[in-house]
Design a protein. Structure first.
Ligand SMILES: Nc1ncnc2c1ncn2[C@@H]1O[C@H](COP(=O)(O)OP(=O)(O)OP(=O)(O)O)[C@@H](O)[C@H]1O
Ligand SMILES: [Mg+2]
Length: 450
């Protein structure tokens, strides 16, 4: 049983009759239009699978109809009907994207064959599209094969359903945002909005109105009522990024919202209710922030219902290879390159490196290597210098003791700085030396500070 709809656009009633008889006999559903204008209208209404289009028509010429179909329905397959002597026009139409043509008068078997082929092709194209989308969605997947990541993912799976507030922690670039989105995707709210707010980028007043919205006239410049992100996230997920940077007065309002499921627009008089799941992320240690009095303890307790911590990349070296190959694949596609593999030297170097910028740094490293590569593999010389493991050089026999110690100092301090993301105060603490002394060493040894 064919249940595809075929639209015939032809001004000749005999041809319409003949074609529709043939097609209906073979269980196709047929729609008829006697001119281009009606035809285009029917495409909108009937959403046909295939169009048979006459080229020579009064009012709107078939070529014009074809152009409009191409413009408004680029995926629709069109077969041209050509009278004797108009073959050139048919060829021109095919250049414009028509799939095939049928000469008039039409032979019944020929019609059916061409129609069948065209519909098969349509099916294949749709299937391709589906496959492509499936691949795309896999490409946005979370890579994590190490046991450390599996633990986190397992926990994320378990909390995804439901409305529990989730606090995602981890160093910069470890994938906090990606994980938060993944939790939303795995939840029963996935078809509702995932609304993000970065709590660092806006001033306090702007952040408040961004979150909760404002009424008209609430402050100078508030010419119109504006809905806040909290409202936009209704039935979905609200993702508050860099929550550690939120100022105390907004922290208080957020706490109220989390406890009551209720908020007020800035300048608003009545509380409003929404159904929102909240996920927050931070690379700060909130326990410390609470101790230092920068973050409200009650809010911290309210947020810390489920705490997922993404381990730094150097603690899950098992993920380096799968991630590197995943990024290789995606940059090949984006940059249209065909770099097939990463050689073992380069992989070793990546495994030994401590990745202060975590996955984001790995991603950038692979992107750079793919750009630079002119061959089929990524070799260690395509990796940035800081990855090269210089420690072997210190052990080279023949160096004087003083020279070796200087080299060691240089490397050790460089490593520590990379580890702390070039935060010199933190580095000095780790090295247990005075900040001023570290500064002097940096100058004397000519150490890069980023
Ligand atoms: N497990 C993963 N698999 C694939 N890609 C990942 C993974 N984790 C992170 N990424 C990629 O690494 C980059 C950084 O991730 P993301 O922005 O989520 O980190 P973040 O922890 O939010 O960083 P920041 O603290 O700087 O905001 C993104 O491009 C992200 O797609
Ligand atoms: Mg982030």
């Amino acid at each position: 049983m064919n249940n595809e709809t075929i639209l015939i656009i032809d001004d000749d009633p005999q041809i319409r009759m003949l074609l529709s008889d043939r097609l209906e006999m073979n269980d196709y559903i047929v729609a008829l239009a006697e001119n281009g204008v009606i035809g285009l209208d029917m495409i909108q209404k009937e959403n046909p699978d295939l169009v048979l289009l006459d080229l020579m028509m009064p009012e709107m010429d078939g070529m014009e109809v074809l152009n409009r179909i191409n413009r408004d329905h680029p995926d629709l397959t069109v077969i041209i009907l050509t009278a004797f002597g108009t073959i050139e026009k048919a060829i021109e139409a095919m250049k414009l994207g028509a799939y095939d043509f049928l000469p008039k008068p039409c032979k019944p078997d020929h019609i059916l064959l061409v129609v069948k082929k065209a519909l098969e092709r349509k099916g294949l194209r749709e299937q391709n599209q589906f496959l492509r989308e499936e691949i795309e969605s896999q490409y946005n997947m979370f890579i994590g094969e190490s046991s450390e990541m599996k633990k986190v993912m397992d926990m994320a799976h378990r909390v995804a359903l439901g409305k529990t507030t989730v606090l995602v922690g981890g160093e910069s670039g470890t994938g906090k945002q990606l994980l938060s989105r993944a939790i939303h995707t795995m939840s029963d709210r996935s078809d509702k909005p995932f609304v993000q707010v970065n709590c660092t980028t806006l001033s306090e007043q702007l952040l408040e109105s961004d979150l909760f919205g404002h009424e008209r006239g609430a402050f100078t410049g508030a010419h119109q009522m504006k809905k806040g992100r909290v409202e936009m996230a209704h039935r979905g997920t609200l993702f508050l990024d860099e929550i550690g940077d939120m100022t105390p007065s907004i922290q208080a309002k957020l706490l109220h919202f989390l406890e009551q499921n209720e908020f007020e627009r800035v300048g608003g008089m009545r509380p409003m209710k929404v159904d929102v799941r909240v996920i927050v992320a931070t690379n700060k240690n909130l326990t410390n922030e609470v101790k230092e009095g920068k973050f409200r303890q009650d809010l911290f307790f309210r947020l810390n219902v489920v705490n997922l911590v993404l381990p730094p990349l150097r603690m899950r070296t098992g993920d380096i290879k799968p991630l590197a190959f995943y990024f290789l694949d995606s940059f090949n596609r984006i940059l249209q390159k065909k770099v097939k593999t990463i050689n073992s030297d380069a992989l070793d170097m990546m495994k030994k490196y401590h990745w202060p910028g975590n996955i984001r740094e790995l991603e950038n490293t692979i992107e750079r290597a793919v750009v630079l590569s002119s061959g089929e593999e990524i070799t260690s010389d395509l990796l940035p210098l800081q990855l090269s493991n210089e420690s072997d050089e210190i052990l080279k026999v023949g160096l004087h003791m003083d020279e070796a110690i200087l080299k060691f100092k240089h490397q050790f301090i460089t490593r520590t700085l990379q580890f702390t993301n070039y935060n010199q105060t933190k580095a000095a603490k780790l090295l247990d030396i005075q900040r001023t002394y570290l500064n002097r060493l940096i100058r004397e040894l000519d150490i890069k500070t980023k």
